[in-house]
Design a binder for this molecule. Structure first.
Ligand SMILES: [Zn+2]
Length: 194
């Protein structure tokens, strides 16, 4: 018989395994506070100009790459989280952020790359999912609370049909798969969930 260790609530505060989870939650709560801070709103809307180099219909904010802005005594701190690991677009994104802020006279600026919590396609905003669909790319499925459940087949971005089949696990880039609609026959790229 296999037994699993039962977490001891008294230990959870000090055990690094358990303390990691609240840390992620605290980080995400701080991100949300920054995203809705009225004092930072004009900077967020200014940075809306920075688009994802590979998917220009999406801003880096909508994609969930631009995480937090922090106004500090030593200037503005911008936190970004890379998408699919080693994405070369991150360098371009950082340069674009600096250029937009510099043009608006915001200085000094520090751009920090944050690796944890890791980016997930769940961070792509609902508006951005709609933009992707209009762009002809099926947005990624949301992570199901039921970890064992298979992702539903993506709906065809052209006609909305869910009668679709996977043609190839790899579409135009490694982060997409190639599908075809059985109803309108259109082939389309679908973002993989991450
Ligand atoms: Zn279709």
């Amino acid at each position: 018989m296999v037994s699993f260790p039962i977490p001891n609530p008294e230990k959870m505060g000090s055990d690094p395994i358990y303390s990691r989870i609240p840390l992620v939650e605290a980080e995400l709560a701080a991100d949300r506070a920054s995203q809705s801070d009225p004092a930072l709103a004009w900077l967020w809307s200014l940075l809306e100009q920075v688009r994802d180099p590979e998917i220009p219909v999406l801003s880096v904010r909508e994609l969930g790459v631009l995480r937090a802005l922090e106004s500090t005594a030593s200037g503005l701190r911008v936190m970004i989280t890379p998408t699919w690991s080693g994405c070369p677009a991150m360098h371009t994104i950082e340069q674009d952020i600096r250029a937009v802020l510099e043009a608006a006279g915001v200085a000094p600026v520090t751009v920090s790359m944050r690796l944890a919590p890791a980016w997930t396609t769940d961070w792509i905003t609902p508006g951005a999912r709609e933009s992707l669909r209009r762009y002809g790319v099926a947005p990624p499925a949301m992570t199901s609370p039921d970890a064992g459940a298979a992702d539903p087949a993506p709906a065809c971005p052209q006609c909305g049909s869910t009668a679709t089949r996977c043609i190839s696990e790899f579409g135009s880039t490694a982060c997409k798969s190639l599908w075809q609609c059985r109803d309108c026959s259109e082939p389309f790229d679908a973002f993989k969930r991450l």
